[in-house]
Write a protein that binds this ligand. Structure first.
Ligand code: PNS
Length: 159
């Protein structure tokens, strides 16, 4: 079975993430979406909620499953028989850090990284921008799945 992982914080999942996940799902037998729990960073949505939002948003994709992970992505890959990481690249600014991580993961653990170019529709999109825009009353419909839109509305302070 050709299994790959799409790792990330997904705080929250955006339509840009879903674009990469669904395209990877057409290329591989199984895509594991791995939600990183970073002990050094407080997320806006807790780990369980991020998992729930992703499961809801990917429920139409039969060969996609959503899991959490802590620690190194290469250890998650080994434990789940995954040979490659799939990452979306939005712009040149993403490249340096992604390249370093990819080379580190390959040199230390033999885990490959495959870069997929982001759909230009979502080239500007990030979870941080979505949260910031929504926080100050901006409309982010069309940028996130409906379940995320709903949760953002519920979580943001009313006037
Ligand atoms: O959505 P993000 O925050 O850009 O995702 C980054 C993530 C979680 C994919 C990356 O930081 C990661 O793989 N972290 C796990 C810890 C790890 O393996 N670090 C070493 C990378 S060389």
């Amino acid at each position: 079975m050709r299994r790959v992982v799409c790792p990330g914080s997904f705080d929250p999942v955006t339509n840009g993430h879903l674009d990469i996940i669904s395209r990877a799902a057409q290329l591989y037998d199984e895509v594991v979406v791995a939600v990183f729990r970073n002990p050094n960073k407080t997320a806006f949505f807790g780990t369980e909620e991020r998992l729930e939002l992703l499961r809801e948003a990917t429920k139409g994709l039969e060969n996609v499953r959503v899991e959490r992970f802590e620690g190194l992505i290469v250890d998650f890959c080994k434990a789940n028989d995954i040979s490659a990481v799939v990452k979306g690249l939005r712009a040149v600014s993403d490249f340096d850090y992604e390249m370093q991580m990819a080379q580190m993961n390959y040199s230390q653990a033999g885990v490959e990284t495959l870069f997929m170019t982001t759909n230009p529709l979502y080239a500007f999109l990030s979870s941080s921008l979505v949260k910031d825009f929504a926080k100050f009353g901006g409309d982010v419909s069309g940028l996130v799945p409906p379940i995320v839109l709903e949760r953002l509305k519920n979580r943001l302070p009313e006037e």
